[in-house]
Write a protein that binds this ligand. Structure first.
Ligand code: FEO
Ligand code: CA
Ligand code: CA
Ligand code: CA
Length: 757
């Protein structure tokens, strides 16, 4: 197949706006390193499991605590299913003995009065339908009376991110009958639909015991879109940088956008990360002059990817003089910020929190968790009397891994609070942000991002005046402390067996041997991979490109991504140990430079993105959002039973420079993989990403999202369904029309058993 290899979403995911060098990770001045904490010892404190199910004891001993002690209902230590092969079919392939049902797809109605989805580009009223590009997702159990129940397995609410839309030349083309307008100005009627398919949905689901369905008319069903009014919370509330015509007092904002990863708080609310929001804003070529070149906002706009003259992804700003359109133009056009939307972009890039059980309560933007291309939020198991800790990633090339530590200390009674958003106020509105520095010796430091850190307060490059400024311009604060530039931090997860924190690093085409993103211990690979083409003989993977009968496409940098993990004696510590859990790779790649984790045809993967630890089995589920290995397989879901930080050895990679000199990188890595502990469980339909994952508490029903099937369809083919690159889920018997749709699926074992057993 000769598919285009640059997918529209890659352009927005692969933003690199980080101009810093930050190479000298060992020279950072930080007085908080404490040798005492380097010795990993047991804490044995009382904790509440991440689902808030039961109080139990944990041992963060650095060794594998017993699964029972970690509160797993059905611990799985070896994977019981047969691996699924790689697949290019336009269908969901799942391990033998399992079944898949499509549950909730783009356009499905969320009220009784909304018409069935015709799926031909004529549908409207998306405020009351499932949004597009289903992404992160969390489970919120309901009992028979419709009340919160953390133990219910048959009835629940799913809270689902709707990240983006399948687009080409500005238009979300599957949404419009003729594919839509690909020139400016965009028609308002098209833009109105596109504004509404972004955001979040909450949908009620239930099982008959045999089959799952969603309830069209549940009073819990809810849409939050890019136009919904939200409340600003945390240090940036009221900040001069968030003043807009819509909210001159900077207490409110409109909409959540490009919602990617998710999390579930210890008090039972949903959190969602705003990721590639910057690309939705237009900034005209003269805006630097109007703001004044020395205006710190100009530096900040560039650091967040909006140079003067930047075009917007969809051209929403062009659709008319109405407020819902002009707000996407972030030029300084009026006399002051109260008269325009110069600061509108500063109201995006946060973690938002909502109570799925209460559709009437406003969603809250938690600015204390910083502003960047947010993905998931992974909470460490809360410990009574200790701060709440959450880990987060900034998904762009060369961006950072973050940690938030609350000022308030955990009270077990808060897990079941009747007013959970007040718990969000308590734990997420005051606290301290840190960015990670990974050192070559396998240790690392969390570097404080606040005015209490003199490196931030006296930063010569950007004058921070307050912690509100740190919350709004977080990337600049992390630049100041020389955090380690990573290969696109995506989802994180905390291993319920031992507290280790995992984070996927999807890929990085800009990783090179030397230079501003030269290889380092935590991001040690740069290599060439060939995609497509036909070999005359031998291995096409690296050096035989020149000998190929039909040349493929050269892909460079960290092509396939990796997963890093961090161990801390106590999650609040500022020091950690780390290693690389897994190097993603094609199975036939060079085992000394690329396939370092010894992957085989049963478990090779590229671009790990979603990562979720099952609260019931402890399985680490890994999902891919790949464009590098898609000549061989569609994106996939793998199951892993990981060990712990330090269970492998070190690896030294040698790079030859052009002048013949050598650069060596020594990196700590986890034990080699084998199919009994890492195995492919599912492969999705054509051009999709596999993302989002949650389970019923008993681990017998697993929900995942199929995002953007058919994404490589050419907009010019909109009138010719035979040429769509995917017809899923219609070809699986779900819904009308032939246009491909993002959708939630549910996976169950045919014998009713626990998933993965
Ligand atoms: Fe939305 Fe970074 O993936
Ligand atoms: Ca390849
Ligand atoms: Ca993602
Ligand atoms: Ca992604």
């Amino acid at each position: 197949m000769n598919q285009p290899t640059q997918r529209p979403n890659d352009v927005f995911n692969a933003e690199d706006s980080n101009p810093t060098q930050n190479p000298h990770i060992d020279t950072i001045v930080n007085a908080r390193l404490s040798r005492r904490h380097m010795v990993l010892g047991g804490v044995g404190s009382a904790v509440v499991g991440s689902l808030g199910l039961s109080a139990c004891a944990t041992g963060a001993s650095g060794g594998m605590a017993s699964a029972a002690a970690a509160g797993l209902h059905s611990p799985i230590n070896s994977l019981g299913f047969t691996a699924v092969g790689k697949s290019l079919a336009d269908t969901v392939v799942v391990a033998p003995g399992y079944q898949v049902q499509v549950l909730y797809a783009l356009g499905d109605p969320l009220t009784a009065s909304t018409s069935a989805y015709k799926n031909d580009g004529t549908d409207t009223a998306y405020d009351n339908r499932a949004g597009d590009h289903h992404d992160g997702m969390e489970w919120f159990g309901l009992d028979a009376q419709g009340k919160r129940s953390d133990n219910s397995n048959m009835r629940a609410l799913l809270a689902i991110n709707h990240e983006a839309t399948t687009d080409e030349k500005l238009s979300s083309f599957f949404l419009h009958a003729d594919g839509g307008a690909s020139k400016l100005p965009r028609p308002a009627a098209e833009v109105d639909k596109e504004l509404a398919i972004h955001g979040v949905s909450v949908v009620e689901i239930e099982s008959t015991g045999k089959q799952w369905s969603y309830k069209t008319s549940s009073t819990f069903n809810r849409r939050v879109t890019s136009m919904t009014e939200l409340a600003l919370h945390g240090p940036a509330k009221g900040s001069e940088h968030l003043v807009t015509k819509f909210s001159p007092d900077a207490n409110r904002a409109r909409g959540t956008l490009n919602n990617c990863g998710t999390g579930k708080t210890p008090w039972g609310t949903f959190v969602s990360g705003e990721e590639n929001w910057a690309g939705y804003f237009f900034r005209d070529a003269k805006d630097d002059d109007r703001r004044g070149k020395k205006n710190p906002q100009v530096l900040a706009l560039e650091r967040y990817g909006r140079k003067a003259g930047a075009a917007s992804r969809h051209g929403w700003e062009s659709a008319g003089a109405g407020d819902s359109y002009v707000r996407w133009n972030n030029g300084a056009l009026a006399a002051d910020a109260k008269g325009d939307y110069r600061n509108e972009m500063n109201t995006f890039g946060y973690v938002v929190e909502m109570d799925p059980y209460n559709p009437k309560l406003a969603v809250r933007k938690r600015t204390g968790l910083g502003r960047f291309a947010h993905e998931s939020v992974s909470f460490a198991s809360p410990v009574a009397g200790q701060p709440i800790v959450a880990y987060m990633g900034d998904d762009s090339r060369g961006e950072y891994i973050y940690k938030f530590v609350s000022a308030a200390r955990w009270d077990n009674a808060d897990a079941q609070s009747a007013n959970p958003l007040a718990m969000g106020d308590k734990y997420l509105d005051q606290g301290t942000l840190f960015a990670a520095s990974f050192k070559a010796d396998g240790t690392g430091q969390w570097l404080e991002l606040s005015m209490a850190n003199p490196i931030v307060a006296a930063n010569p490059d950007f004058a921070f005046k307050s912690n509100a400024d740190v919350a709004v311009f977080t990337r600049l604060a992390a630049d100041a402390v020389n955090a380690t530039r990573m290969d696109r931090p995506e989802w994180g997860g905390v291993n319920p067996r031992n507290g280790d924190f995992y984070m996927t690093l999807t890929n990085n085409s800009n990783r090179t041997v030397d230079g501003e993103m030269g290889v380092d211990a935590a991001n040690p690979r740069t290599y060439t991979d060939i995609k497509g083409g036909q070999k005359s003989s031998g291995n096409m993977q690296t050096n035989e490109y020149a000998a190929a009968a039909v040349p493929g496409k050269e892909q460079k940098g960290n092509v396939n991504g990796h997963i890093v993990r961090v161990a801390q004696a106590n999650p609040v510590d500022t020091v950690f140990k780390w290693d690389i859990y897994l190097f993603a790779s094609e199975a036939d790649a060079d085992k000394t430079r690329v396939n370092l984790s010894n992957l085989t045809d049963d478990n090779d993967l590229s671009a790990p993105d979603g990562l979720v630890f099952s609260p019931s089995t402890g399985i680490c589920w890994i999902q891919t959002d790949d464009g590098a290995m898609t000549d061989k397989t569609n994106c996939m879901l793998l199951a892993a039973v990981p060990g712990k930080v330090g269970d492998g050895s070190t690896k030294t990679l040698s790079y030859k420079r052009g002048d013949g000199s050598e650069k060596q990188v020594r990196t700590p890595m986890g034990k080699a993989q084998s199919p009994d502990i890492l195995k492919r469980f599912l492969v999705g339909p054509s051009n999709c990403e596999i993302t989002g994952l949650c389970e019923s508490p008993d681990g017998r029903a697993m929900f995942i999202n199929i995002q953007h099937p058919g994404e490589l369809t050419a907009m010019a083919d909109i009138g010719n369904p035979a040429r769509y690159t995917s017809h899923w889920p219609a070809n699986a018997g779900y819904g009308a029309g032939q246009r491909p749709r993002s959708a939630t699926i549910v996976i169950t074992k045919k014998d009713g058993g626990v998933i993965g057993s």
